[in-house]
Design a protein around this ligand. Structure first.
Ligand code: JHZ
Length: 393
């Protein structure tokens, strides 16, 4: 057995299952356990949740819901136009078109299995295939549009269970001089920040650069550059090409892998230590919430993220601790958090005056949120976060 379990985060619900009414009998729970593969160095969930239960026509997350991500997508698109200048672009997991809308003057195709999202990009005149990414779909797209000079996929490849099929499907559609850019949360950042909430049903994998390099060994593809991003709590942007394409391999690749080896990404004991820190993080988080509640002060949640579902359910933080969440995503408003059934409401222009603390579900947008909530901060309101350790800020 090359896969060894190192962390158990208990029974967890489907993170996209924002309940319309409190009806726990209808909720699906699974055991969120995390394993490390000694051969490939891949870290993944022990039990994958069937994709149809997660990615369907009620999908709530909108990638364009923060200024931070709108700006990041705009900047990336401008850089791509300057440096690569592709004639065609395909995005796997096109969500609400936050990236593809910047490529209206070239052939741009979206792939998005959540039908409600595919409808949004279709209405933006972006041809969108509302199916799961696979070899079969890739062959169909090849027949209809030919090969692509750029394939982009952010926060999606880590969601696909059969990676060998997904990578083969990319090989089929990528032109020989084409570039595939993949972005996903970075395992070394998760270890560094004890951001264990990056493990949830949709995140079947949390990749290190080393793991991606190993996974590509069986394919015609290889990494030629890496960029470290601050988005989504620390991500890797991985630039991939066909092996026969002789683009120079950047020194950034070995630098990134050397760093990962230095922090022990290839050693099981690193994951055992991480698991101990996660348990400790839970204890300390609960201490903070309990202390505040003893004083009868009011805590709300800020950003009902998919990530936060892991913390809420793992730590048992429900309406006893958090009165409600505010979230700008319309499809979450008026609903309840999965498993913990905390109401989610539309944020007012500023946080209500009776609120003393706000738990940062969207800690990855801390700067954007702090800028927006200056009045709350000035009147003595405080935020609670668990990253990089449980604390009040
Ligand atoms: P955010 C989702 O995860 C799911 P989540 C998915 N699996 C994934 O990988 C990432 O996205 C990319 C709200 N918000 O982006 C908006 C405010 O309310 O961290 C969003 O609902 N006010 C595909 O959910 C949520 O927070 C604000 O001022 O963990 C952020 O969700 C801001 C800035 C955000 O992803």
């Amino acid at each position: 057995m090359s896969k060894i379990e190192f962390l158990s985060l208990g029974k967890q619900p489907i993170t996209n299952n924002f309940l319309t009414e409190q009806n726990p009998e209808q909720e699906f729970f699974y055991n969120l356990n995390i394993v490390y593969d000694e051969n490939t160095k891949v870290v993944s969930l022990a039990n994958f949740v069937p994709p149809e239960k997660m990615f369907n026509e009620t999908y709530a997350h909108r990638a364009s819901m923060s200024i931070t991500m709108q700006n990041a997508n705009k900047k990336l698109s401008e850089d791509i136009k300057k440096e690569i200048n592709p004639k065609s672009v395909l995005e796997i997991g096109s969500n609400d078109g936050v990236f593809l809308k910047n490529f209206s003057n070239i052939l741009s195709i979206g792939v998005e299995p959540c039908k409600n999202l595919a409808k949004i990009t279709t209405s933006m005149n972006i041809k969108t295939y509302d199916q799961f990414w696979s070899i079969e779909l890739s062959k169909k797209i090849l027949e209809n549009h030919g090969k692509f000079e750029l394939i982009y996929s952010a926060n999606t490849i880590s969601h696909i269970h059969d990676l060998s099929n997904a990578l083969k499907a990319i090989e089929i559609l990528l032109s020989d001089n084409g570039i595939f850019i993949l972005e996903d949360p970075s395992l070394s950042e998760v270890i560094k920040n004890i951001s264990y909430d990056q493990f949830y049903d949709e995140h079947a994998y949390v990749f290190s650069v080393l793991a991606i390099k190993n996974l590509l060994k069986e394919t015609e593809l290889e990494i030629f550059n890496i960029e470290k991003l601050s988005t989504h709590g620390g991500s890797n942007r991985v630039f991939i090409k066909k092996k026969k394409n002789n683009i120079k391999i950047s020194a950034n690749l070995n630098k990134a892998i050397d760093y990962e080896l230095k922090i022990g990404i290839d050693k099981f004991e690193t994951y055992q230590k991480f698991a101990n820190k996660v348990e400790n993080s839970k204890t300390e988080t609960l201490k903070i919430f309990t202390k505040i509640k003893k004083k009868n002060l009011k805590i709300i949640g800020y950003g009902a993220t998919y990530k936060s579902s892991t913390i809420l359910n793992y730590c048992g933080l429900d309406t006893k601790y958090i009165e409600y969440f505010v979230d700008t995503t319309e499809n979450k408003q008026g609903k309840f958090t999965p498993g913990t059934h905390i109401p989610i409401i539309k944020p007012n222009l500023e946080i209500n005056p009776d609120v003393h603390f706000a738990f940062l579900g969207a800690w990855n947008f801390k700067n954007e949120i702090f800028n927006k909530e200056q009045n709350f901060i000035n009147r003595g309101g405080k935020f609670i976060t668990h990253v990089p350790y449980p604390q009040i800020i």
